[in-house]
Design a protein around this ligand. Structure first.
Ligand code: FEO
Length: 163
C-alpha cells in the first residue's frame, strides 16, 4: 500500500505527463499551421508518448489500489517561435520533468517505498533518452542555421519518426 504522500506525488506527475502531451500537441498544431509537416509529425508522436507515460502512472496507482485524482490541465501556449526555439523550450520542459522524476525517486527512497523506486527506474532511463533526442535535434538545427534548405532537410527527417 502506498503512503498518502506518495499517492499525491504520483498523481501530480500524472498531471505533468498529461500537460506534456498537451504542450506537444499544441506545438504540433503550430508546426502544421506553419507548413512544417515533419516537425508536426515529430511533436504528434511525442504527444502520444506522453499519453503513454501518463497511463503508466495511472496504471501503477490503480495496481497499488491507490486513488487516481485527475486535476485540471493547464492551457499550453499558442506561439512558440522558430523550430530552434521550440526545441530549446522542449529541452527545458524535459529537464523540468527529469527533476520532477528525480524528486519522486528521492521521496520513494526516503519513504523506503521499494516498489515505487523500481517503477520509477524506467522513467529515469526514458528521461536520459528524451533529453538526448532534443539535444541532437538542437545541434542539427544550429547547423542548418538560417538556411531554409537545411531546415527542410531536418523537417523531412523528423517526418520519418514513427509511432
Ligand atoms: Fe514524459 Fe517527455 O517525459
Amino acid at each position: 500500500m502506498l503512503k498518502e504522500k506518495m499517492v499525491e506525488a504520483l498523481n501530480l506527475q500524472l498531471n505533468r505527463e498529461i500537460y506534456s502531451a498537451y504542450l506537444y500537441l499544441a506545438m504540433s498544431a503550430h508546426c502544421s499551421y506553419k507548413g512544417l509537416t515533419g516537425f508536426a509529425n515529430w511533436f504528434k508522436v511525442q504527444y502520444g508518448e506522453e499519453i503513454e507515460h501518463a497511463e503508466k502512472f495511472y496504471s501503477y496507482l490503480i495496481e497499488q489500489g491507490a486513488r487516481v485524482e485527475l486535476e485540471a490541465i493547464e492551457k499550453p501556449p499558442m506561439k512558440f517561435g522558430e523550430p530552434l526555439e521550440m526545441f530549446e523550450k522542449t529541452l527545458g520542459h524535459e529537464q523540468f520533468i527529469t527533476r520532477s522524476i528525480k524528486d519522486l525517486l528521492e521521496l520513494a527512497v526516503v519513504e523506503k517505498d521499494y516498489a515505487t523506486s523500481i517503477f520509477l527506474q524506467w522513467f529515469i532511463k526514458e528521461q536520459v533518452e528524451e533529453e538526448a533526442n532534443d539535444n541532437e535535434i538542437i545541434a542539427k538545427l544550429k547547423l542548418a542555421g538560417e538556411d531554409g534548405a537545411g531546415l527542410l532537410v531536418v523537417d523531412s527527417e523528423l517526418g520519418k519518426r514513427g509511432h
